[in-house]
Design a protein around this ligand. Structure first.
Ligand code: ACO
Length: 328
């Protein structure tokens, strides 16, 4: 049995933070940000709202589109590095907020590759026949862990995310192959220093601004360019796909230059490369489901789509799927 995405939803908050506004907060410029990353603006979630609220909005769209009752949901997986709380899992909170009383759930932490990890995991519950309806969310409230005094990171990230419904496929469409990888060497280059069990919160950790994202951008960039391009090529080769066979690349939106390098390695025409980084920045686990939600109307049943991501850990991977429906 194959698992297929049968509905998608996406949500970004209304509040926009532009590059121009960031110019007044740190020593940066709209020109630098756009030319180095491709980002023009990003969304910021209001105080009092959390990652679970992004997931809830996305799931509501799925229930409406697919016309299913919330009680039919068997499992909810939330990929995020900004859970509402350290525990319980955000998936439990989402489940409670939408009233999915017949579901269980858990969170997955794989930074920008989180959605791919969660999608592949969710697919296994469908393929095994254990569950009929699995919701996979990828969402992050990055503004909760971004230091708006650090120009190296604050220009990159934004808030948002999305969700997909997985069901069994009635034909050959659905998730066909996946390659997921990790290498703990990435810890030194991309992490949040405090807040976990190594450095629990203290006055000192707060004074030293240790609860924010730290990134050594240049090193992460090099690993990202190489690995995302390699893994995308690898999944093409082992499924005998050429650039002509692929209809769309949905790549993690961290930096336009990383996406371009991946598309080049895959020998893809520009129009097949889906991009929304300009509007949202890097929403970590949120970028790929947000691409689905923004570009759903372009997808036709049977389209060959490659998903690719690289993120903190390091974590990276690619998934090859055939889109399972024509959107209305
Ligand atoms: N505005 C102006 N100048 C800046 C800014 C800014 N916002 N940020 C950095 N600079 C400066 C630096 O200080 C440096 O100055 P120097 O030469 O005087 O030292 C110069 O610009 C170049 O800095 P780099 O870090 O080399 O810039 P780079 O071109 O590498 O771009 C970026 C930085 C955008 C972060 C890039 O390295 C990148 O995209 N890295 C990969 C990000 C990624 O994929 N992360 C993984 C996913 S995220 C996750 O998993 C949570």
């Amino acid at each position: 049995m194959r698992a297929a995405i049968t509905a998608v939803g996406g949500y970004v908050p209304e509040k926009i933070l532009t590059n121009k506004e960031l110019e007044n907060m740190v020593d940066t410029s709209d020109e630098w940000i756009q030319s180095r990353t491709g980002i023009k603006e990003r969304r910021i979630l209001e105080d009092g709202k959390a990652t679970s609220d992004i997931c809830v909005e996305a799931i509501k769209q799925i229930l409406e589109k697919r016309k299913i009752n919330v009680q039919e949901i068997d499992l909810i997986i939330v990929a995020t590095v900004t859970p509402d709380h350290v525990f319980p899992a955000t998936a439990n909170i989402v489940s409670h907020k939408i009233g999915a009383i017949n579901s269980w759930g858990f969170d997955m932490s794989a930074a920008c590759s989180g959605f791919l990890y969660a999608l592949d995991t969710g697919a296994k519950f469908i393929e095994s026949g254990k569950h009929k309806k699995v919701i996979v969310c990828g969402a992050d409230k990055m503004s909760a862990i971004v230091d708006y005094q650090d120009r190296n990171t604050c220009v990159i990230f934004g808030d948002g995310g999305g969700a997909v419904l997985l069901e069994s496929s009635e034909d050959e469409d659905g998730i066909i192959d996946s390659i997921l990888k990790s290498d703990g060497i990435g810890l030194d280059y991309l992490h949040q220093k405090a807040g976990g069990s190594l450095h629990p919160p203290t006055h000192e950790t707060i004074d030293k601004r240790m609860h924010y994202v730290f990134q050594e951008g240049k090193t992460v960039f090099k690993f990202a360019v190489t690995n995302m391009a390699e893994v995308s090529r690898e999944i093409m080769d082992r499924n005998n796909l050429t650039g002509d066979d692929i209809d769309f690349l949905c790549a993690h939106q961290a930096n336009l230059r990383i996406i371009d390098a991946t598309a080049k390695r895959m020998e893809l025409d520009e129009h097949k490369v889906l991009i929304n980084i300009k509007k949202y920045g890097n929403t970590t686990a949120g970028t790929i489901p947000l691409l689905f939600s923004d570009f759903e109307s372009k997808f036709k049943k049977g389209d060959n789509i490659v998903l690719a991501a690289f993120g903190g850990g390091f974590t990276w991977g690619a998934i090859y799927l055939k889109w399972a429906y024509n959107s209305q």
